[in-house]
Write a protein that binds this ligand. Structure first.
Ligand SMILES: [Zn+2]
Length: 232
């Protein structure tokens, strides 16, 4: 029957063009984040949901240089991480992206390996997270309308086995339903958004806050180190 075939073709071509659009947006995000030093040396990862039912993500292949990504390099994967479009295989971290898309309904997931997220995730690991409050920039996070908001970023132990990590990540998200991101110890930041624009805003806000928090913490340590214990 000619009509349904035409409909299928147009559905396929609009799906392909939305995949290309998302891939181009993610590639541009990679270049911008590389310029900020957040995804050096092929680190970090980005994904966006091409569809929800069934769940399909656009994601770069493993080992790609995030500062030199082209839209054509991107893969489309299904809910199990199986490649449906493109050449290569996704990084093992794709499992965490799928978990966030499923558990948080994220339209995009962005992961950075910045200096501040690496340092602070190590320094505060024993507390299980870090709380940031009192800054105007907190209002850039979805649903936050005051600097008095306290953003708790859970810190999870790092692992090379992403299947092992997916469970604790899902548990931390359930325990902290209002968290906008989390840190992997000595590794980096994960955040997400309803779409790529919101996820990018969350990276910019959280990276800013982590740097401010880290610099104040470091300054406090320095004051404590250089102030005599018994000042007359
Ligand atoms: Zn990573």
């Amino acid at each position: 029957m000619p009509k349904p075939r035409k409909l299928d073709r147009s559905r396929r071509s609009s799906r392909a063009s939305s995949f290309q659009k998302l891939a181009a947006g993610l590639a541009e995000t990679g270049r911008a984040f590389y310029g900020r030093g957040w995804v050096l040396g092929t680190s970090g990862n980005f994904s966006a949901a091409v569809s929800r039912e069934p769940l399909r993500l656009a994601i770069p292949p493993s080992g790609a240089d995030k500062g030199a990504l082209g839209a054509r390099q991107f893969l489309e994967i299904d809910h199990n991480g199986k490649v449906l479009r493109g050449t290569g295989s996704p990084s093992a971290e794709a499992l965490l992206h799928l978990t966030l898309a499923r558990v948080r309904g994220a339209g995009a997931v962005l992961h950075t390996h910045s200096v501040w997220s690496t340092l602070l995730s190590e320094a505060f690991a024993v507390q299980g997270g870090l709380g940031i409050t009192g800054y105007e920039m907190l209002k850039g996070l979805d649903g936050v309308s005051t600097h008095e908001h306290r953003e708790w970023l859970p810190i999870l132990e790092n692992s090379q086995d992403m299947r092992e990590l997916a469970g604790p990540v899902a548990a931390a998200l359930a325990l902290h339903p209002h968290a906008h991101g989390f840190l992997l110890r000595g590794h980096g930041l994960y955040t997400w958004g309803r779409d790529l624009a919101e996820a990018r805003r969350h990276v910019e806000i959280l990276e800013f806050l982590l740097e401010v928090f880290g610099r104040i913490h470091a300054a406090g340590q320095e004051v404590a180190r250089t102030t005599p214990a018994h000042t007359p």
